[in-house]
Design a binder for this molecule. Sequence first.
Ligand code: GCU
Ligand code: CA
Length: 138
Amino acid sequence: EAQTGRYEAENTACEGTVDANHTGFSGSGFCNPPNSSDTGVQFTVDATSTGTATLGFKYANGATAGRAANVSVNGTTARSGVPFGPTGAWSNWAIETVTVPVNAGSNTIRLSAATSAGLANIDYLDFAKTTSSLPSSF
Ligand code: GCU
Ligand code: CA
């Protein structure tokens, strides 16, 4: 069944500072992780069923190169090298979308830097559960 939810990065485990010095964010700020490899932000999302979820990360990247990221779900890497390309300014925001498998119940979704450049600034995660898995006996 369908399920959607928005998770603000300032309300979750941001492995850096929660900043508000660039306009255009929602909520009270955004997560600015350190500029180093494997640092990031972690969200806990309750899924109503097992299946595939679309994750939309709102981000800003005012640098000239991408800030590639890995996405893990419950400790397993689900997507590697997701580009998070430049947005032109730290106050210009875009959405990076990936699909990942999730379990019914609590899921730990971690976005982490794939390179020593670190992550982009992260505003929120939009979670959308698009499909349901039927039991394997069906
Ligand atoms: C600038 C910007 C920060 C950003 C940082 C970076 O300092 O103000 O918001 O996080 O660059 O390069 O990661
Ligand atoms: Ca940063």
